[in-house]
Design a protein around this ligand. Structure first.
Ligand SMILES: [Zn+2]
Length: 267
């Protein structure tokens, strides 16, 4: 059987993409068996649900990302609960961000904790974005209920020393194609510390473009800017298999098992 790939994190609903069916078709042809499609705000959630209903490869995930919290309506929590009930789904993308310019930090922790608790109560896997708030994230994860199945730190860019304490709390870590760039040495060193049974792979498409020489599916948005194709997942797997000195089919099997352990009950 051909090798199967699991995309732990992307944004298929992003309006920078054109026709989704073509993207999914190409990705499926390249061996992408499943992808977690993350909604980041209320506007996204119906689009994500629609994708999940259209494509068997798509696992829906609904959450409020810190970048869009200012858009939230007074009813956002009720709306989120309704979406989670409506299709098999995960929670995310949620998170903490102290990196983005002009983004207020105030309110982020409250929204994060509420969504984390919701995931824990419902035993749903949760996908977490974190930039420059690793210490605080660790504290909040330690102090609050967490989903028994675990949680995903997508595009983990935190310190290498924090991998073990976060893994002890139930973390999985997904590696994006963007970290294949030669300059991303620190991030690759952190990933070298991730236990093999906690490792996942992602595209974060349409973001986090991989190096040009590895990009077999060049794609541009309407304004002409390069964006990442979900079918690039295979190249990220190949890179990581090589880093681990494991043959690609065996590496892919192990990542597939990790994916099923974290996300497999939502199908
Ligand atoms: Zn994302």
């Amino acid at each position: 059987m051909s090798v199967q790939f699991y995309d732990a994190h992307n944004h298929l609903q992003d309006d920078r993409f054109g026709d989704q069916s073509r993207l999914v078709e190409v990705a499926a042809r390249e061996g992408v068996a499943r992808m977690v499609v993350n909604g980041a705000c209320e506007e996204d959630w119906p689009l994500v649900r629609e994708s999940a209903r259209r494509f068997p490869q798509v696992l829906a995930s609904f959450g409020y990302h810190p970048w869009y919290l200012h858009e939230r309506t007074p009813d956002w929590q009720l709306v989120l609960i309704e979406f989670l009930k409506s299709v098999p789904s995960a929670v995310g993308e949620i998170g903490l961000d102290r990196w983005k310019n002009d983004l207020p930090y105030e309110g982020q922790e409250e929204a994060f904790i509420w969504q984390l608790r919701l995931a824990a109560e419902r035993e749903l896997p949760v996908s977490i974005h974190c930039l420059q708030a690793w210490g605080r994230l660790h504290e909040l994860l330690r102090e609050n209920p967490r989903p028994a199945c675990g949680f995903l730190l997508h595009s983990y860019g935190g310190p290498r020393e924090m991998v073990a304490p976060l893994a002890a709390l139930g973390a999985y870590f997904s590696f994006p194609g963007y970290f294949m760039h030669a300059r991303k040495v620190r991030q690759r060193e952190a990933f070298a510390a991730v236990p093999m049974d906690r490792l996942l792979v992602e595209t974060d498409a349409p973001d986090q473009l991989l190096p040009e020489e590895a990009n077999r599916f060049p794609l541009r948005d309407a304004s002409g800017r390069s964006i990442n194709h979900p079918a690039n997942l295979a190249a990220v797997y190949a890179f990581m298999a090589k880093e681990h000195a494991i043959p690609l089919p065996e590496f892919a099997n192990r990542i597939g098992e990790n994916f099923q352990r974290l996300f497999g009950r939502q199908s």
